[in-house]
Design a protein around this ligand. Structure first.
Ligand code: GLY
Length: 566
């Protein structure tokens, strides 16, 4: 052991020894690293990423390894059968964003989820074979590696192969998720996948995923072709045919991720880098921050009635715009420039009253010429060279369509539900949409995923993101306000209770015990309707502190999230 390694291992040891609750009750910060930090939703995935960084891989290498590992240890959202977005900031300031969102199959049609009378057929876009879009994750990881990878591809996939083949123990959270989904697993699969179990799954159960290990080995050895061509592609196509799904080998071969120009905005002197459409999160976040710029939230008080009122009014207007104007910009003329125009937003937010709720029925989209399931996942990584990456990735609902590809061992997404299946009909997150987000062959469905990188004075400041469907955007919004306006440590900013609203339904969702009885009364008197829920969002973020050290921000209180720094 050399001199450099001793303190590094010591820091890692310390972080390992503290249970999440101990950290949240005793510490005022999350784990601190001098050089690098990684925060993901599962301790084993975090350890895999750490191993890659220690082996000399960069943040992008670590992210690829984490993505594959999450497909094994976090099957409810970690995936190879889904998609996502990556926002990258290299140490030299270069920002890049990769869209590896799923696409509608080539034979998809606008009305594919409607019956002969034009009514939505319940559940068809949500569970089962027809709910799946063409997966983008493996192609996305391959593309990231082609452009930025330093370590050999096989080194990044092999930890996931090992986890699948050698087994791992279930966390309580994943055991419960599996138990809750048994009915759907049985309903949509023509065989009995390993997830189906007569007795409940329990924390500590060891699961071995031999089929998944074989699939991942093919990806390890053949790269993207190991998934989009040959045995695995055939398994997907056969699975689709057996259950009335649409994805064919042709769809799989045709899938390509897309490098898109990042969208950039500012907030109180900070620079914000986000994803362009088909993410709605980027535009919506920048609109919200434009609207929030003029408010002194610290003076209003954290989670005070007045602060929640203002946030709600901003969100009402932004989500109304989302429903009307946002979709895949390759298929629909999304008015990006106009939605981000400060004059437009000034006018858009000018109807906000300080002490009275606007009814959402009175809010229409602005005059310029859709809540997804909670189980998406986000991870953030900064390496010792200062490169950073935030990836939000998803199967959409918990375990996606619930279809596990026979002999392939992985779940397929139910991302088709993120399209507007019929104008004005809410999707599983209560989000509605119209023409902009209508289904078309090879079109990408609108997403709320909001991986975000914030700079201060031209230097990296924050990497953040969250799962939570439509609540992703407002969770990231609050995280930014907490660290910028309230100058909270990342630990406090993430632990702070959250609220969410989205135009329709006209209600504010609030985490239990987030606000005082007095604030509840005040908000109700203003005309707001409140609904309390156990939790909103699960952030994994990294904050650069004034002394240049890195604070990891796992969402300990709401998930199994785990950060390690050195
Ligand atoms: N399926 C969740 C999202 O993309 O927003």
């Amino acid at each position: 052991m050399n001199i450099i390694k001793l303190p590094l291992l010591f820091v890692i040891f310390l972080v390992h020894c503290q249970s999440p609750n101990v950290i949240s009750s005793l510490a005022e910060t999350g784990p601190i690293g001098n050089e690098a930090m990684i925060s993901t939703t599962h301790p084993l995935a975090t350890e895999v990423g750490l191993g890659i960084l220690q082996k000399g891989g960069n943040a992008i290498d670590a992210a690829i390894a984490v993505q594959f590992s999450l497909s094994v240890v976090y099957p409810q959202a970690g995936n190879i059968g889904g998609g996502g977005f990556a926002v990258i900031r290299l140490d030299d300031g270069t920002v890049a964003t990769l869209d590896f969102r799923e696409k509608a199959p080539q034979s998809a049609t606008k009305d594919m989820y409607l019956d002969a009378d034009g009514n939505v057929i319940k559940e068809l876009s949500k569970i089962g074979h027809l709910a799946s879009g063409v997966p983008g994750s493996v192609a996305g990881m391959w593309e990231l590696h082609q452009k930025y990878g330093q370590l050999p591809w096989a080194d990044l996939v092999s930890p996931a192969v090992n986890l699948a083949a050698n087994g791992h123990q279930l966390t309580e959270f994943t055991a419960k998720s599996l138990n809750n989904k048994q009915r759907d697993f049985i309903k949509v699969n023509s065989y009995q996948p390993w997830v189906v179990k007569e007795e409940d799954w329990n924390k500590g159960d060891t699961i071995y995923q031999k089929d998944l290990a074989t699939t991942l080995s093919l990806i390890e050895n053949k790269g993207r072709d190991g998934f989009y061509k040959g045995i695995v592609a055939d398994l997907i196509a056969t699975e689709m045919q057996s259950g009335g799904g649409l994805i064919t080998q042709k769809d799989l071969i045709a899938y390509e991720p897309i490098w898109r120009a990042a969208l950039k905005g500012t907030y109180k002197g900070f620079t914000i880098h986000v994803m362009a459409p088909p993410s709605s999160g980027g535009i919506a976040l920048l609109q919200l921050l434009q609207g929030a710029e003029k408010y002194d939230f610290k003076k209003l008080g954290h989670n005070s009635a007045q602060m929640i009122h203002i946030k709600t009014e901003l969100e009402r207007r932004v989500y109304a715009d989302r429903a009307t104007f946002l979709g895949d910009a390759d298929f629909y003329p999304v008015p990006v420039d106009q939605l981000l125009d400060p004059n437009y937003n000034k006018e858009r937010f000018s109807s906000i009253l300080e002490k009275k709720a606007t009814l959402s029925t009175e809010i229409k989209e602005g005059t310029v010429n859709v809540i997804e399931s909670i189980e998406t996942t986000h991870f953030s990584i900064v390496d010792k060279a200062g490169n950073s990456i935030g990836i939000t990735t998803t199967l959409n609902g918990n375990f996606g369509s619930a279809v596990m590809v026979k002999d392939g061992g992985f779940f397929l997404n139910n991302e088709m539900d993120d399209f507007s299946v019929k104008p004005g009909t809410p999707n599983m997150f209560g989000l509605i949409g119209g023409k902009a987000n209508a289904i078309a062959p090879e079109k990408r469905m609108l997403s709320s995923m909001t991986p975000t990188i914030v700079e201060k004075d031209g230097k990296l400041f924050l990497v953040t993101g969250s799962p939570g469907g439509s609540t992703i955007i407002t969770t990231v919004f609050q995280n930014i306000i907490n660290v910028i306006d309230f100058e909270m440590t990342l630990h406090d900013a993430i632990n702070a209770k959250r609220a969410h609203s989205q135009w329709l339904p006209d209600v504010i969702l609030i985490e239990e015990n987030a606000i005082s009885e007095e604030a509840i009364t005040t908000l109700e008197q203003m005309g707001h309707q409140l609904k309390f829920m156990p939790e909103i969002g699960k952030i994994n973020a990294i904050l650069v502190r004034p002394d240049g050290t890195l604070e990891g921000g796992p969402d300990y209180l709401r998930s199994d999230s785990y950060a390690i720094g050195y």
